[in-house]
Design a protein around this ligand. Structure first.
Ligand code: SAM
Length: 281
């Protein structure tokens, strides 16, 4: 099926993002890219529509924005048509990318987009951002930047959190050093024999812990696959929506998982302040 360019879409933007060729044509590659972009947009659009129906402006922060194509696509397909103070912020440590995004936004007249040359961790306390943010996204933000993005979202009481984690080396490093705590005395210690298995197990456990962390803050969590995303193997999509759900059970499970795999020392990372119910509280 060929994805169609919507009438309101900016052709200039699609060219700048290399979704359309320079002469405005679609080839097989650009069709695939456009399909992927719509696929991701289809997950986020209902969240934005829901917020809009509740009234008020929407604030969205995209962490580890890179060339900011997620932010630009969201702006073009949704925010552009809003006649209000809704705003998209892109957070990125590479200054040249921040500068390029600023220039592109200015060229396209996308006035309610800002790009900040900050690390995700520093953005948590930056005065350049509002106290509350409605939607937080982080698409392949490197390593622990996803964890910082989650911390940011919890601090800002985000209504929706959408992350596609990248590789996370921190947990695998601790697992390797401690050789798996309770698991070390079982046949599952095989996971520590080959580094690639330790790394992949570390990634999976990290995402399990992230989901429990979000649930321990009252969020409802859905995990799905971002199919066919840019040749990347990292395509686990985690969507969390704040529902003020009971927190004790996920907090207990989080602590149990940490203990089972010998990651107790990482408790602080996954038990962040702002309203989490600590299992031992
Ligand atoms: C793999 S790219 C993904 C870019 C974009 N989100 C996308 O999906 O196309 C990761 C980006 O995150 C940025 N980044 C990595 N760590 C960061 C951090 N701690 N704070 C802010 N940006 C970070 C990198 O400079 C890079 O541009």
């Amino acid at each position: 099926m060929t994805p169609e360019i919507k009438p309101e879409q900016s052709i200039e933007l699609l060219k700048a993002l290399h979704i359309l060729t320079r002469d405005g044509k679609m080839n097989q590659d650009s069709r695939r890219k456009l399909k992927q972009v719509y696929h991701l947009f289809n997950f986020i659009e209902p969240l934005l529509k829901g917020l809009k129906e509740e009234g008020g402006d929407i604030s969205l922060v995209d962490h580890g924005a890179g060339k900011s194509y997620l932010g630009f696509i969201l702006y073009d397909l949704f925010f552009k048509a809003l006649n209000d103070g809704s705003h998209i912020y892109g957070i990125e440590t590479r200054e040249e990318l921040v500068q390029k995004s600023r220039e592109l936004a200015s060229h396209l007249g996308f006035g309610r987009m800002s790009f900040l040359n900050l690390s995700v961790a520093d953005s948590i306390t930056s005065t350049a951002l509002p106290e509350r943010i409605d939607v937080v996204t982080a698409l392949h933000a490197c390593d622990t930047a996803t964890d910082d993005a989650i911390r940011f979202a919890l601090q800002k009481h985000a209504r929706h959190i959408v992350v596609v984690p990248c590789c996370q080396a921190e947990v695998a490093g601790v697992l390797r050093r401690l050789k798996g705590g309770m698991l070390a005395s079982t046949a599952l210690s095989e996971i520590w024999r080959h580094p690639i298995h330790t790394r992949e197990f570390g990634s999976q456990i990290t995402n399990v812990l992230r989901c429990l962390q979000l649930e321990a803050h009252g969020y409802q969590v859905t995990v799905t696959e971002l199919v066919g995303w840019e040749h990347s193997m990292k395509n686990e999509l985690i969507i969390a929506t704040y529902k003020d759900l009971p927190r004790r059970r996920p907090a207990e499970r989080l602590q149990e998982v940490l203990k089972s795999v010998g990651l107790e020392e990482m408790g602080e990372r996954f038990f962040t302040e702002s309203g989490a119910c600590r299992a031992d509280a």
